[in-house]
Design a protein. Structure first.
Length: 122
């Protein structure tokens, strides 16, 4: 399996908070088992801090906006991080929950290239 700690750089993602759905773009830096970064989505700019456990392939990330916190808990499958999210107000009051997926932008670009008609490669 691809080691998540080698995937620092641009990432893309999506989240669902039923019935809403959104996309995000961020930069993640993996230093040892620590994760830091930030980005933007429909909720505005955010920072990300978290950890990765290579023994279990589990990931925990806190996404911090000016007025909300989103706790992501998920797993790395060698291609993407996916799992469950919980949304809290800055006073730690529970707001909602949903699901999320994050993947390295290079994976998305590679998939888009595969979807191009053969003539595009000529």
């Amino acid at each position: 399996m691809v080691d998540l700690r080698t995937k620092s750089g641009s990432w893309k993602g999506q989240w669902t908070q039923h019935p809403m759905r959104g996309r995000m773009a961020c930069r993640l830096l993996f230093t040892g088992d620590e994760i830091t970064g930030g980005g933007t989505d429909t909720g505005g700019p955010f920072t990300m801090d978290g950890s990765y456990d290579p023994a279990t392939e589990t990931v925990a990330i806190t996404k911090t906006y000016s007025k909300l916190l989103v706790i992501y808990k998920g797993a790395w499958d060698g291609t993407m991080i996916f799992g469950h999210s919980q949304i809290y107000g800055r006073g730690q009051e529970f707001y909602d929950e949903g699901e999320f997926e994050l993947w390295p932008e290079e994976e998305e670009l590679g998939l888009q290239a595969l979807k191009q008609p053969e003539s595009a490669f000529a």
